[in-house]
Design a protein around this ligand. Structure first.
Ligand code: 13P
Length: 255
């Protein structure tokens, strides 16, 4: 049985004191969680501090990006081994903010993904269309090319270490959530594309998270949809009072 995943992308929030406090609250309030995988992705600077808090608990550590080279003269970048030395298990790749502000492309997402997999880490690969693309009726086409670009040359066996996150750009940080129907439609489409290329078993086992203004008030109706296997949460993950209820909703739906 695949577990639902609730992942929190802290983005560029929380210094180490704040990170320590938030991680601690999340850990304490989720000790009874069994059926849901909880991942938190602090900024690089807080990874070690947060790892000290969550190691051995229900909360798994993720990073927000990673460079594909093992080491070298790449000012400002971090490698897989560096992340692993901080206790990281998951790496978010291809987030729309990286695509929009930092020149991330499907090709660089693919390079990062290969490095993540080669190093025994797991990836949360983000895809999603902009409002302009959706309004032009191109949402599926855009997502198809992001999916095929990210997974170019990736073998079926690697999918046990891959999670996909569908994050429509127009729903991120806007308070404008995709409706459960809109999310379900795209999730089913992504799963269908994966099935065509990698077969039924890989597609069924793949977790596809939804991201974009997920909060306690809309988590249940989103996560009830058959192809939504969890959520990648931004704003609402910055407070235990809003993040933990989303985890509890997933847990209730699993039970
Ligand atoms: P919000 O939940 O703030 O819309 O952010 C979603 C997101 O980008 C998670 O990666």
């Amino acid at each position: 049985m695949k577990k639902m995943m609730i992942a929190g992308n802290w983005k560029m929030h929380n210094d180490n004191a704040q990170a320590l406090q938030l991680a601690n609250q999340i850990k304490i309030k989720t000790t009874a969680v069994k059926a849901t995988e909880i991942v938190i992705c602090p900024p690089y600077t807080a990874l070690s501090v947060v790892n000290d808090v969550v190691k051995g608990s229900n909360v798994v550590l993720g990073a927000q990006n990673m460079f594909w080279e093992a080491q070298g003269a790449y000012t400002g970048e971090v490698s897989a081994a560096m992340l692993q030395s901080c206790g990281v298990q998951y790496v978010i790749l291809g987030h729309s903010e990286r695509r929009q502000y930092f020149g991330e492309t499907d090709e660089t997402v693919n390079k990062r993904l290969r490095a993540v997999l080669e190093n025994g880490l797991k990836a949360i690969v983000c895809v999603g269309e902009t409002l302009e693309e959706r309004e032009a009726g191109r949402a599926r086409e855009v997502i198809d090319s992001q999916v095929s670009g990210a997974f170019a040359g990736i073998e079926a066996a690697a999918f046990s270490s891959i999670v996909v996150a569908y994050e429509p750009v127009w729903a991120i940080g806007t308070g404008k959530t995709a409706s459960p129907d809109q999310a379900q439609e795209i999730h089913a489409h992504i799963r269908g594309q994966i099935e065509k290329q990698y077969g039924h078993d890989v597609a069924m086992a793949l977790r596809i998270l939804y991201g974009g203004s997920v909060k306690p008030a809309n988590a249940r109706e989103l996560l009830s949809r058959p192809d939504l296997d969890g959520a990648l949460v931004g704003g609402a993950c910055l407070k235990a009072e809003t993040f933990v209820p989303i985890i509890q909703t997933a847990e209730e739906l699993a039970g």
